[in-house]
Structures are given as structure tokens and as C-alpha cells.
Design a protein around this ligand. Structure first.
Ligand SMILES: [Mg+2]
Length: 262
């Protein structure tokens, strides 16, 4: 492998802190001059906050090295010409969408006089979701707004165990409106193409390393990269067995990356 795309949550760190050996592994990749980028579907934090968190764990990182689903989403919205956006993302993420006119319940407006949004943008709100918020997203889409999912992951490893990610909530709106969401982050091939473009290495020479079977492993494989699974974060042996997904490699953790590169 001549380059790596590396997932953040569940791969480099969990809510308990950095994965043992991860800081040293990233430092060693840098020392050896092996190209890599961090790619994340996390939508709870802005890119700026992600950098702060990584620095706090001892990782050396700059914002340009992190490709996020939110930044990919902003690019998608701009390409589509959507200007008025109803965001359903955590307040911390709004700064990465500040180039748009933000309307709706999470944009701090009361909705009166906002007019119809061009698009509903859904991310992971976790415990912030309420029936009222989901209903508002549903109504916007039914009234003609495009449905845009920053990501559609099934679950992630939270502080007290596995937690629903954005995917199940996006699926609820899709079901109610009978419309399909446009997805911006992993596992979309477009997301991987953009990341490879930034990395500057051909897909077949690059491994995506992460803890999500579908977003990280299967998505990467479909985009022509190798998909390497780590046994950290949300990893479960039974889910792997029943998924039908066959990772190109399975590492106990990202700390084993160096053994694999020799
Ligand atoms: Mg992950």
C-alpha cells in the first residue's frame, strides 16, 4: 500500500480516548513519508473541533488533512445550487455550513418568514432528535425540499455502548416521503474519489482503514480501494460474520498498520 485513508471515531479514538498505539502509528507514517488522510463521517463536530480533539489526544494534525462528510456535503449543496438549507445537525457543525442561508428549527430561527428550504440536510443528532424535529424534516421534504444525508451510517460506539447513527433517522424520512436521500460521506464513491484526489495516490494502492463494515470497508472496495477493518470501536465479530462483507485485511487495531506496511 502506498497510501492510507484512516477513519477517526472507533479507529484512532473512542469516547475512552486514543486507541493504544494510534498516536505513535500516525507519527511513524508521517516519519516514513507515507501519504495519508483522515476521513470521517462524524457530523457532531466541525472540522475545527475535530482538529482540537485530535491534538488533545496527542495526534499531530492540521485541518487540511481531515476530509469530513460535512465538508463533502457543503460541496454537494453548492454544486446543486441549493442556497437555503434546513440543517438537522448538531449546533457545533453549523460553522461548516455557514456559507448557506440556514433556516428551520436548528438554525435558531422560529420558521416564520423563512420560506421553503431548497434542501433538508441530515446528520447525527443522537439524543437531540425529537418526534417534532423529524416531523419538521418530513414536512420540508414532502413540500419539495431535496433530502441530503451527510452520512447514512447505522450505528457507532458511544459512551455507554452502540448508538444509532444518522442512518436510521434518514431512513425514517425516506420511508415517510418515498424519496431517496443523496448521501455525501462514506461509502459514496464520489466521497472516495474526492479523498483520493487530495491524497494524490491511485485507489488500488490505497487502503481505507476503519471500524465500519459498510462505510469504511465495503464502500472503499466498491470505489476501487482496499478495505481494512479494525477490531476496535463498533467492531463486532457476529456482525462481521453475518454481513457478507469480506475485508481485505482485519487488524486488531490501527496500531498494527505498521506491521502491515513492513
Ligand atoms: Mg468509525
Amino acid at each position: 500500500m502506498r497510501g492510507f485513508l484512516i477513519d477517526l471515531d472507533g479507529t484512532l479514538y473512542t469516547d475512552r480516548g486514543a486507541v493504544p498505539g494510534a498516536v505513535e502509528t500516525i507519527a511513524e507514517l508521517r516519519r516514513r513519508g507515507i501519504p495519508f488522510l483522515f476521513v470521517t463521517n462524524t457530523t457532531r463536530r466541525s472540522r475545527r473541533r475535530l482538529v482540537e480533539r485530535l491534538l488533545g489526544y496527542g495526534f499531530e494534525v492540521s485541518a487540511e488533512e481531515i476530509v469530513t462528510a460535512v465538508v463533502a456535503g457543503a460541496r454537494f449543496l453548492k454544486e446543486k445550487g441549493y442556497r437555503k438549507i434546513a440543517p438537522f445537525v448538531s449546533p457545533d457543525t453549523l460553522e461548516d455550513l455557514s456559507q448557506f442561508e440556514l433556516v428551520g428549527p436548528l438554525a435558531g430561527s422560529d420558521g416564520a418568514g423563512d420560506g421553503a428550504p431548497d434542501a433538508v440536510v441530515m446528520g447525527d443528532l443522537g439524543g437531540g432528535w425529537t418526534p417534532g424535529l423529524l416531523n419538521q424534516a418530513f414536512r420540508y421534504v414532502l413540500d419539495g425540499a431535496a433530502l441530503v444525508a451527510l452520512q447514512k451510517d447505522r450505528y457507532w460506539l458511544g459512551p455507554s455502548g452502540l448508538e444509532l447513527d444518522a442512518g436510521p433517522y434518514v431512513a425514517a424520512i425516506e420511508y415517510a416521503t418515498n424519496k431517496r436521500a443523496a448521501v455525501c460521506g462514506k461509502p459514496e464513491a464520489e466521497f472516495y474519489r474526492a479523498a483520493l484526489g487530495l491524497l494524490g495516490v491511485r485507489g488500488r494502492d490505497v487502503a481505507m482503514v476503519g471500524d465500519d463494515l459498510w462505510g469504511d470497508v465495503q464502500g472503499a472496495q466498491r470505489a476501487g480501494l482496499a478495505g481494512w477493518l479494525v477490531r476496535t470501536g463498533k467492531f463486532r465479530e457476529d456482525v462481521l460474520r453475518e454481513s457478507g462483507v469480506v475485508p481485505d485485511r482485519i487488524l486488531d487495531s490501527v496500531a498494527d498498520l505498521l506491521e502491515e506496511t513492513g
